[in-house]
Design a protein around this ligand. Sequence first.
Ligand code: G6Q
Length: 554
Amino acid sequence: MDSAPESRTALPPWQALQRQAEAIESVHMRELFDSDPGRFARFSLALDDLLLDYSKNRITDEIREQLLELARQCELPTWIERMFRGEMINHTEQRAVLHTALRDPESDPILIEGEDVLSQVRAVLAQMRELSDAVRSRQWRGYTGQPITDVVNIGVGGSDLGPVMACEALRPYAIHDLRMHFVSNVDENHILDTLESIKPETTLFIIVSKSFTTQDTLVNAKTARKWFRRVAGDESTIERHFIAVSDNVPAAVEFGIPESNIFRMWDWVGGRYSMWSAVGLSIAISVGMDHFEAMLQGACDMDRHFRSAPLEQNMPVILGLLGIWYNNFLGAQTYAVLPYDQHLKYLPDYLRQMDMESNGKSVDRRGNPITDYETGPVLFGQLGITGQHAFYQLMHQGTKLIPADIIAPITSLHCIRDHHRTLMSNVFAQTEAFMRGKTDTEARADMQAQGLDEAEIERLLPYRLFPGNKPTNTLLFRTLDPRTLGRLIALYEHKVFVQGVIWNINSFDQWGVELGKQLAAKILPELEDSNSIDSHDASTNGLINYYKGLRPDK
Ligand code: G6Q
């Protein structure tokens, strides 16, 4: 299946980029802007109102061309088609990768093992509409006849982070007499804190687990069921209060969820790519199915752009290749996502999983260890305004190169003039400061203006210099509506895919996550009694025995 050349580093564009990386070391982005007034126009792209300005990067036309040539030689266009057509590109799990089918249910049929994927998608969307409409219109009643006031999503990782992020992002579209809660941590404080504020008779629990075997989720779900039963008593009341979303229907039924309350998902949707499926049920309930479908439409806009735009005008491709440039040629280890929209506060957490779980791999598609190039970076981030007063210091004056994406809306729902203009002044100031830095002459002039004497200026000067030359992409859009959110998330999904193709890895498995699940399942029975354990290494034995010795219920 993989006919691309085995060694990425032997490819001519890879080698050309290595030479260009050496050459660009001595070039400051200030010079690139000074010598080229058309730089913004040539290094920016738009999809409707979504603008990507990537001119503040340490690149030239030649570098961009070599990056695009690298993509061609890694057969990126073929891989894009393979994904959209439903080929088994997740080869280590023998699965297709079809989150894109979730947002284009009216496209040409896609068959997996003879079954039409899209008709299944349409059926689940209809089921989601029915339930979300019923809950929102107060027709869905709890066992005492009262409407639902609280929805609790119980799930973890891919079954949690998307709904958490999207419900917050679309908060202005939510109805206010319906409160959304998310429980992911098996630490009992998470569920206990949540249960404290809700009533069984007006609560709907959604248990989200693709596998329906994840311990953390099952333990939380059992606690919720026990708490509910203690008050509601009768088993038949469960049906008005517990919903499941899963690919493992028998396990959900065994847990006690009636089959009519189970929403299917499928093995061809990865957990971290699943908020477009019934995993997003809490989003649909919160903002309504029309808005949920607008979000799907936004993602579909980006899918079509990704599939059809030439590589040089293709937003996910450009974003992905810029990441490759810093990660593989300029030595960056990290990468920051800095949203300036309060409602995108969980976006960095969401993208951290998407990026690091997808591309945190060191074996290529042929099973060979990757020894001669880096794969996925460490992604971090926070709301930009918070970050400015915290970790931006390191980005401006530390020793590390941290490329960043700055994301901001042109207007917000309320758009109070003073607030929004102050916000945007920070967006523009930061991208400019990262790029330009502050020179010796500028720093001196600043201090002279402050009235410092020459000796003081000389003493302080080294600390007041900013090297600049720090790369940023800026993404601007009209407002954070459901369609824009869909576009934004799909942009990053495809960006991660582009990078996985260049690195020749499978971005869609997650054996590292599976390992944690297996190890915990093995240790859990060892914690049952108070016997001393010696089946592990000395440290793990020591920790388990220390815990057993001190826990109150020994
Ligand atoms: C996502 C990962 C992981 C997964 C959780 C929950 O891509 O595989 O985050 O979503 O471990 O798994 P379940 O949905 O099966 O409970």
